[in-house]
Ligand binder design. Structure first.
Ligand code: NAD
Ligand code: MG
Length: 391
C-alpha cells in the first residue's frame, strides 16, 4: 500500500489522481489533500477519502470549513506553510504535486528534502528552480517521477537503454487550438478560443500555454533537469493526434516511443505505482481504428515562445525563473482581457532580454527573480495597453 498526498487535489490533474486512487483502493491510500481555495470540493474529497490531513492555501477558506469538518478526524492546516506540512508528513510515501505555477515550489522542495517520491505535474517548479530541486532530492535521497505526459513517455522509453546511450529526445506537441490558424487570427484570439484545446482537457493556465506553445518551452527546461540533457539534445515535433507522447533516440539509431490515448490517468498511475504497472480502466489503443498518425515541424514564426525554452536552458541560473514568472503574469493578463494573445510570448522574451542572470542562485535569488519578472511583465502589459500598435 502506498500512502499518497495530493497537492492541487481540486484541479484537473488532482481529480484524475483521485480517480486513479478510486480504482486501486488496495494499493493506493490518500493520506493528504491540499489546494488553494475551493472548500466545497475539498470537503467532498475529505468525506470520500478520509485523509489524515488536508490544507488550503487560502486560510479563510479553511476556517470556514472547520465547524463542518473537525469531527471527521482529518487535521486541517492552512496557508502555504500548511501545504509544506502536508508534503513532509511522516505517513506520506508519494507526494503528487499538481499545484499550478511557482506556488508548487516550496511544497515540492519540502517533499524531496523529507525523502518522499515526488510525482511531479507542477513543471513550473522545475523550470524555475531545477538545480535546487535536484539538490533537495539528493539531500533527501528522494526521486522525482514525472507526471507530465511527455516526460513520463521519455522516462519510460529511457528504460530501454543507459542514460549515456541516449542521443536525443523528441517531445511531441499537439500544436494546440491555433496549429493551423493565421497570425492575424491569433492576434485577435479571445480567451475563450485559446481555451479550446483539441486533444487534452486541462486547467486554464496550461491550456493557454499549449495555445502559445510556451508549454513546450517549459517542457524543454523540464526535460533538461529531469534527464540531464543538453539543449541540443531536445527537439519538438508537432503530432496533432496526441497518441505518441514522446520519443527517445539511442546512439544505435533506435527510436523508442510511448503511445496511448490522451488520458492523464496513465502517466499519473505510472508515477504513483512506479516501478510497477497495474491494471487501469483507460481505453485500449486501437491503431487500425485510428488509421494514421501525422507529424509536422513546429512553426517558429507563429509560435515564437518555442525558442525561449532552449534559450533559458543555455542562459541557466535565474533565467528559468524569469521565463516562468513572466509567462504566469502574461497569461493572467491575457485571461483578464488586458493583453493580446500574440503579446504573451513577446512580453516573456522582453523580460528575459532585460534580465541580468544570477549564475548559481539560492532560493532567495530565485524568489527575487520571480518577483522581478512578474513586475516587469505587468509593467510591459501596462505600457502595451497605452500603445495601440503593441496592444
Ligand atoms: P488546475 O488549474 O486545474 O488545478 C490547479 C490546482 O492547484 C487546483 O487544485 C488549485 O487549487 C491548486 N492551486 C493553484 N494555486 C495554488 C496555490 N497558490 N497554492 C495551493 N494550491 C494551488 O491545473 P491543472 O491542469 O490540474 O495543472 C496542474 C499542474 O499540472 C500544472 O503545473 C500543469 O502545468 C501540470 N500539468 C497538467 C496537465 C493536465 O493535463 N491538466 C498535464 C501536464 C502537466
Ligand atoms: Mg505535457
Amino acid at each position: 500500500m502506498k500512502r499518497i498526498c495530493v497537492l492541487g487535489s481540486t484541479g484537473s490533474i488532482g481529480l484524475s489522481t483521485l480517480d486513479v486512487a478510486r480504482h486501486l483502493p488496495d494499493r493506493l491510500k490518500i493520506v493528504g489533500l491540499g489546494a488553494r481555495s475551493d472548500g466545497e470540493k475539498l470537503k467532498a474529497q475529505i468525506a470520500e477519502f478520509q485523509p489524515s490531513r488536508a490544507a488550503l492555501a487560502d486560510a479563510q477558506a479553511i476556517d470556514r470549513l472547520r465547524g463542518d469538518l473537525e469531527p471527521s478526524g482529518t487535521k486541517l492546516l492552512k496557508g502555504p506553510e500548511g501545504l509544506v506540512e502536508l508534503a513532509k508528513a511522516d505517513d506520506v510515501d508519494v507526494v503528487l504535486s499538481a499545484i499550478t505555477g511557482y506556488a508548487g515550489l516550496e511544497p515540492g522542495l519540502a517533499a524531496l528534502r523529507a525523502g518522499k517520491t515526488l510525482a511531479l505535474a507542477n513543471k513550473e517548479s522545475l523550470v524555475a528552480a531545477g538545480p535546487l530541486m535536484l539538490e533537495a532530492a539528493r539531500q533527501g535521497g528522494a526521486t522525482i517521477v514525472p507526471v507530465d505526459s511527455e516526460h513520463s513517455a521519455i522516462f519510460q522509453a529511457m528504460a530501454s537503454g543507459r542514460r549515456d546511450e541516449v542521443r536525443r529526445v523528441i517531445i511531441t506537441a499537439s500544436g494546440g487550438p491555433f496549429r493551423t490558424a493565421s497570425l492575424k487570427d491569433m492576434e485577435e484570439a479571445a480567451p475563450a478560443q485559446a481555451l479550446r484545446h483539441p486533444t487534452w482537457s486541462m486547467g486554464p493556465k496550461i491550456t493557454i500555454d499549449s495555445a502559445t506553445m510556451m508549454n513546450k518551452a517549459l517542457e524543454i527546461v523540464e526535460a533538461r533537469w529531469l534527464f540531464g540533457l543538453e539543449p541540443e539534445q531536445i527537439e519538438i515535433l508537432v503530432h496533432p493526434q496526441s497518441i505518441i507522447h514522446s520519443l527517445v533516440e539511442f546512439r544505435d539509431g533506435s527510436v523508442i516511443a510511448q503511445m496511448g490515448h490522451p488520458d492523464m490517468r496513465v502517466p499519473i498511475q505510472y508515477a504513483l505505482t512506479w516501478p510497477e504497472r497495474l491494471d487501469s480502466p483507460v481505453r485500449k489503443l486501437n491503431l487500425a481504428e485510428l488509421r494514421s498518425l501525422t507529424f509536422e515541424a513546429p512553426d517558429p514564426m507563429r509560435f515564437p515562445a518555442l525558442e525561449l525554452g532552449h534559450r533559458a536552458v543555455r542562459a541557466g541560473g535565474t533565467m528559468g525563473a524569469v521565463l516562468n514568472a513572466a509567462n504566469e503574469a502574461a497569461v493572467e493578463a491575457f485571461l483578464a482581457g488586458d493583453l493580446r494573445f500574440t503579446r504573451i510570448a513577446a512580453i516573456v522574451r522582453d523580460a528575459m532580454d532585460a534580465h541580468r542572470v544570477v549564475a548559481s542562485p539560492t532560493l532567495e535569488d530565485l524568489k527575487a527573480a520571480d518577483a522581478w519578472a512578474r513586475a516587469e511583465a505587468r509593467r510591459l502589459v501596462g505600457s502595451a495597453k497605452g500603445n495601440p500598435i503593441h496592444a
